[in-house]
Structures are given as C-alpha cells and as structure tokens.
Design a protein around this ligand. Structure first.
Ligand SMILES: C[S@@+](CC[C@H](N)C(=O)[O-])C[C@H]1O[C@@H](n2cnc3c(N)ncnc32)[C@H](O)[C@@H]1O
Length: 454
C-alpha cells in the first residue's frame, strides 16, 4: 500500500500536530474577530500585555455596554458575530450570492446559494466567558469585538438553545460553588471558559470546563449539579489551559463525567468528536455541503481518493462507500485519533488516516508518483499552501473538490490551480453561517483536458 511504504505503516507524528490549525492559521486567528463563525477556535484579539487593543485595562467589564434598541439582538453592534441579524433571510442569501459571484464568478459558473429552512439556533458549539458583577452575580456572555469586555448574552439567535440554557445554569453554579473566574491580568482564578458541544442527531452533549489550573476542587459535585439540572448532558470534561493565549481550548483533558467525547450522525455515519477536534458547526447544512462535494467527485468505486485536512474523517468516511480507497490526512492529534476511531466504529475497510501536515504529506505522495484520482481539500479559513497545491498538480488527479469557508483564500488558491492547468467546472455556495457574513463554497475543478461527467 502506497501510504505504508512512506512511513512503515505507522502514523507519522509531527512536532506541530497538537494544534487545531496550521501555524499561519493560528497566527492569523489571533488577529481575527473573536466569534469565529466557522467553528474554529474562538479568539480574543489581544493587545499589549494587560491591555486590550484600545489600550484599556484588560480586566473584563462591561460598564460602557449600551444595548442597541434598534436591533433584534441588543449586543449585535458590539459582539461582531451576526452582522446580518437584522436583515431578512432572503436578503442575507442575496448578499452572499452577490459577494461570491463578484469574487469567484470570473473563475467559472456559480450556482444559487443553498440556504436553510430555519436559519436560527443552528450552532452546535457554543463558548462562553464569565464576569462577576459587584453584586456577586455572575454574567455569562461573549467578548466585545477587539476587547476583553464581556457582553451579557440573553438570547443568541445562532447558538443551540440547550447549550445556552446549560451556560446560564453554570453561571449560577460558579456563584454557589464560590469558584473564582480567571483574571488574565493577575493570572489568578480558575474558570476561563465554558464550551458546549452538541450532537444534534444523537442528542449527546459535552460540557467542557476550561480551567487555568489542573487543581479543580469539588469538580465532581459541580458536574453532578450540572447534570442534575440538565440530564441531557452526556459528558463533562475539564480542559486545562495554563497558557497566556487567546486559544480557548488547551492541550489536556480530564474526564469528570461520562465518556469524554460525544458522537453525532452525519450522512448516515457515526462520528466521535473530542474536545480539541474540529466538527462543522452547522451539521444540517454540512450534510448538504458534503452531498454536493461527493456528487462533484463523481465516484464509481474505482478511485483512490485523498481527503486532505480531514478533521475527524467526515468527508472521506461519508464518501468511502463510493470509492476504492480513501486516504485522510490531518494535523490535529485529537482529530486524527477521532478519525481513526470513526473508521473502525463505522466498520469501514478502505479508509486510512495519516497524522501529518497536509502539504508535506502531498509532497511525499507526489514524490512517490502514486496514482490519485480525486482530491477533496477542506483547509482552514486561511486556505491551502503552494506546497500542497503544487503536489496536487504533480499528481494530476482528474478531479479536485475544494471546500472552503474562506472565500478570499479560495479565490487566491483557485487562481493558482487555474494557472497550473486546472479549470473550475462549477461552484456552489452553501449558507453554513446564517445571520453572519460567513459563507462556505464547494468547487469542482478538473484537469484541463479531462472528461467531465455529471
Ligand atoms: C475546515 S476544517 C475541515 C475538517 C473536515 N474536513 C470537516 O469537514 O470536518 C480544517 C481542518 O484542517 C486541519 N488542519 C489545519 N492545518 C492543517 C495542515 N497544515 N495539515 C493538515 N491538516 C490541517 C484542522 O485541524 C482542521 O481539522
């Protein structure tokens, strides 16, 4: 087997594979808005140590918070997440269509954007920060854009409603258990964030309590109280993040209750999701997106397929019944582990998962001259690399199916692929992030001269 020749049948381990994105992606993320609609790690735009980007002290507060009386969401002007919350849904879709047509239309035909029937409360992953008021009451919410001020969230239109209810309960428990909220300036306190992940089809819910220290007194009692209030919670995990970082999730997990992960069902397959693993935030639209991607791949059970940036293996596993062989490659260690478990759990024989940088992996495959028929590529928002794409060009697969949540990096990468002998056959935008400006696009490229069916 070609991949076994490359590493003796053992998964490769990379120095960098504890990350949830490439180094460039992580650098870029720290300068992005904090509410990452695409499902990447939630980021805080940091200024000088102890200051926010406006040079104000970093201690979380919201004394200057003024609700916007003209918006459905009183904090939409400050949170920076839902730029389109006050625009009718049809108009949101029209705006996104216009944007994608303008940015990508010159490369090939763009289909009509696929919207949602109910574009609210779709987000299966919700992260909250906390602040103690002078009265002792605990506020839960999100960061004001570009600052460390915490804005109270009463009713977020994109978040899963069960997750929001759990966050409210947890805020009350912080007070009753007398837990200290982490203070970035002094480095004291325990509770950094709470993250909830929901398996929408299985109903499983994971609560991740991110702490600044491994020492977490009465964590079992706290988890019991939370599960008693919300019996739908299936697991509670302590995630330890001791770094001075804007990343929410740290490297270490300790299971407090349940299995330490959840499962969800997507495209008829079952997927395990661990705290550090990427999973699309809008699974209803993901099924539509993957359906398009697999249709574009036009598989006939004869093809060797690469699923690059495979996360927990979702696209490759969903496509595996239609291919001869699928090779997944992913950098994040937790996701690689999940992907391997997912292959076994779904009793799939023709999928191998590799732990590696996608670019380096493709270089190896290209150097060995292996034969690849189809490449799925679903890189982070910052897009792919020349290293990766030049190897794709060397390998010359008949079809490349590019899935992207970053239209601008997609445009850059399509230019490169076109310059190097590929053509864009079609593109479909899918609205994975209603109420926000975000839009996902799936693109079919073929080698110029290759016959295009379907
Ligand atoms: C947009 S997600 C897509 C994941 C998966 N295809 C899905 O749909 O769930 C991008 C994935 O690329 C991974 N990643 C980031 N940089 C990478 C790199 N240089 N090499 C391999 N994987 C990388 C991330 O950890 C993440 O799982």
């Amino acid at each position: 087997m070609m991949a076994e020749r490359r590493n003796g049948g053992k998964p490769r381990r990379e120095e960098n594979n504890k990350t949830s994105g490439s180094v460039n992606e992580r650098k870029r993320q720290t300068h992005s808005r904090k509410y990452d609609v695409t499902g990447g790690e939630k980021q805080i735009k940091t200024g000088r140590k102890g200051k926010n980007v406006q040079g104000k002290p970093r201690q979380a507060h919201s004394s200057q918070y003024k609700p916007n009386p003209n918006s459905k969401c009183p904090i939409s002007h400050l949170c920076g997440g839902c730029q389109y919350v006050d625009i009718p849904y049809e108009q949101q879709l029209a705006e996104k269509q216009k944007y994608i047509d303008g940015l990508l239309g010159a490369f090939g035909p763009v289909d009509k954007i696929i919207g949602m029937e109910n574009p609210y409360h779709y987000r299966n992953k919700v992260t909250a920060a906390f602040r103690r008021k002078k009265s002792g009451e605990i506020i839960s919410g999100v960061y004001e854009e570009g600052t460390h001020n915490i804005l109270p969230v009463e009713n977020c239109y994109v978040e899963d409603e069960k997750a929001a209810a759990i966050i409210r309960t947890f805020a009350g428990l912080i007070k009753s258990f007398k837990l200290q909220i982490y203070n970035e300036d002094t480095g004291t306190g325990l509770i950094r964030h709470l993250q909830i992940r929901v398996g929408r089809k299985t109903g499983q819910i994971m609560v991740i309590i991110v702490t600044a220290s491994p020492v977490f007194p009465s964590k079992k009692n706290l988890a019991n109280a939370l599960v008693t209030a919300h019996p739908e919670i299936t697991t509670v995990v302590q995630n330890i993040n001791m770094k001075d970082t804007s990343m929410v999730i740290g490297d270490r997990n300790q299971v407090i209750y349940g299995k330490g992960h959840i499962e969800d069902i997507l495209c008829g397959k079952r997927f395990r999701i661990s705290p550090g693993s990427f999973y699309q935030v809008n699974p209803e639209q993901t099924e539509i997106l993957y359906g398009k991607a697999i249709k574009y791949a036009d598989l006939k059970k004869k093809e060797t397929v690469i699923d690059a940036y495979c996360g927990i293996g979702t696209i490759g596993i969903a496509a595996s019944d239609r291919a001869k062989k699928v090779i997944g490659v992913e950098l994040n260690e937790a996701a690689v582990h999940d992907a391997r478990v997912n292959v076994k759990m779904n009793k799939i024989q023709n999928v191998d998962i590799y732990s590696n940088d996608a670019g380096r992996f493709m270089v190896d495959v290209a150097e060995e001259g292996d034969s690849i028929d189809v490449v799925f590529m679903d890189p982070p928002r910052s897009g792919s690399t020349e290293e990766f794409m030049s190897s794709v060009i060397t390998l010359g697969p008949k079809r490349v199916v590019y899935i992207s949540c970053g239209p601008e990096s997609l445009a850059r990468d399509l230019k490169y692929m076109i310059k190097n002998g590929y053509q864009v056959i079609k593109m479909t935008p899918v609205d994975m992030f209603p109420l926000t400006r975000g839009v996902e696009t799936v693109v079919l490229l073929t080698r110029a001269g290759a016959v295009h069916r379907g």
